[in-house]
Each structure stands twice: as C-alpha cells, then as structure tokens.
Design a protein around this ligand. Structure first.
Ligand SMILES: Nc1ncnc2c1ncn2[C@@H]1O[C@H](COP(=O)(O)OP(=O)(O)O)[C@@H](O)[C@H]1O
Ligand SMILES: [Mg+2]
Length: 241
C-alpha cells in the first residue's frame, strides 16, 4: 500500500528578479514500511524534497498525498497535528531544545498531544538507545552521537508512520554515524515505520529497499537496494530520461 505519494512536485525560489528551479517535476510513491534512500550531490534538492514530503513547506506546483489524502492545500492548523503524530523528523544538526533536558526533549511531541504516558514512553525509548542514565542532562552536556540518539527518540515517541531523516550523521564521525544509522534502522523495523533517509553512505543505501538519485531537481535514476534483490544500488539502476 502506498503511504505517501508525490505527484509532479516543483519548487522554485525567487531571488531578486531571478527564479531558481530547485525541484522540477519529481514524482515518487512510497510504500508502507518501505526504507527509501535519497541521494544526490549537495544542492540537488534533497532537503527541499523532504520538507515538501513532510509538509514543512509547500510545493510551487504538484500534489502530495498522505495515505491517499491530498494534503497539498492543508492549512497550518490541519498540518500541525499530522506533523506531530504521523511524521517524525531527524535533522543533521539535531535541533534539540537547549533549555530542556534529554527526557523533556523526547517527551515534548507527546505532551503536545496530551499523552499521559509521555514520560513512560520517553523512558522506554531512552533505555532502548542506551541513554536512560543521561535523561536529566541538557543537550550541551551530551556528545553529538548522544544528542542524535535523543533526537531519534523524540522523532519516534508518537509512533509516527513515516520517519524522515536528513543526513542524520552529517555532523558525526564515521563510527558514531554508523551506530546512529544502525539504530535508526533497527527502530524502524521494530516499529514497522516507513523510513525516508537522505544519506551519502553507500553501505546503508545498499541495505535499503530503494534508492532515488536527484540531479538538477529531477530524479535522475532509481536503484534497488540489496534488500529487494539488487546486488547494489548501482547495478540495478534504471535511468529515467
Ligand atoms: N529558501 C531558499 N531560497 C532560495 N534558494 C534555496 C532555498 N532553500 C534552498 N535553496 C536552494 O535550493 C537548492 C537545493 O537545496 P537543498 O534542497 O538544500 O539541496 P541538498 O539538500 O540536496 O543539498 C540549492 O541550490 C539551494 O541554494
Ligand atoms: Mg540537504
């Protein structure tokens, strides 16, 4: 079943009298439970695509369907609860609230929806990622890898159907980065969530269900991860003209 569908998305920015076309007709359908990797060089539109797919920003044209419902024209007050419960987001630079402790950061999205089990759920997640003993620490007292583990807990506390992660290991060294990606994948499988991940890691991309490559705002190629039988992302590429 398709959980998320983008139809002919375009995004243009106006800079003075110049129009910059960042996305130029991107269509993609994501299946429930799928692990989709998005790759492409810097500036190819990966972050822009994630912000449109997750409802953080509006496309210039095209449609976005979440569970078959066209959310393209949803107003902020309709999008906010969707973003809080159906979607989890993990950013490259963590985006934790500096004045809140680790557990308060994790609980935050659950408290927004008045979940009485917020603290219990946060504790379960922090234990799962090995940070229960750091629950009372503020972000500045944690390492980069620890902060990202807290951010992953926060993204998962409402049991979202779709988790978006935009280069979540970009600010971490490679061994920390690998551990974070492995953790994210384990949690996705445990919770049967759909994962849409931007990463440069070929090793991780190979374990995905599907890879899409963005180039100049278009999908330049599709590849299959090893998960669905392809030996690697490149050998199974189908170039789209
Ligand atoms: N708010 C904005 N205003 C103008 N240009 C933007 C804006 N956001 C992104 N861009 C431009 O869009 C292009 C794609 O950016 P981005 O989606 O961040 O790429 P990626 O994540 O693949 O590196 C870049 O050229 C960037 O400068
Ligand atoms: Mg980016």
């Amino acid at each position: 079943m398709t959980i998320l569908e983008a139809q002919q998305l375009t995004k243009t920015y106006r800079l003075g009298d110049r129009e910059i076309c960042v996305l130029d007709g991107v269509s993609v359908a994501v299946a429930e439970g799928e692990f989709l990797v998005i790759q492409g060089s810097s500036g190819s539109g990966k972050t822009t695509l994630l912000t449109l797919l997750s409802g953080l920003d509006k496309p210039t044209s095209g449609r976005i369907l979440l569970e078959g419902i066209d959310i393209t024209d949803f107003k902020e007050e309709e999008l906010a609860p969707l973003r809080n419960t159906s979607i989890g987001f993990v950013f490259q630079s963590f985006h934790l609230v500096p004045s809140l402790t680790a557990i308060e950061n994790v609980m935050f999205p659950a408290e927004l929806r008045h979940d009485h089990d917020a603290e219990e759920k946060a504790n379960i997640l922090l234990r799962r990622v090995g940070l229960l003993d750091r629950a009372g620490n503020f972000p500045h007292q944690l390492s980069g890898g620890e902060r990202q583990r807290v951010a992953i807990c926060r993204a998962l506390i409402n049991n979202p159907k779709i988790v978006f992660a935009d280069e979540p290991t970009g600010n971490l060294d490679s061994s920390n980065g690998k551990a974070i990606l492995d953790l994210l994948l384990e949690l996705q499988k445990e919770r049967r969530a759909t994962l849409i991940l931007v990463t440069h890691s070929q090793e991780i991309a190979r374990t995905s269900d599907r890879i899409i490559f963005l180039k100049d705002g278009r999908i330049a190629a599709h590849g299959l991860g090893s998960h669905q039988g392809g030996r690697d992302g490149f050998s199974e590429q189908h170039h789209v003209s």
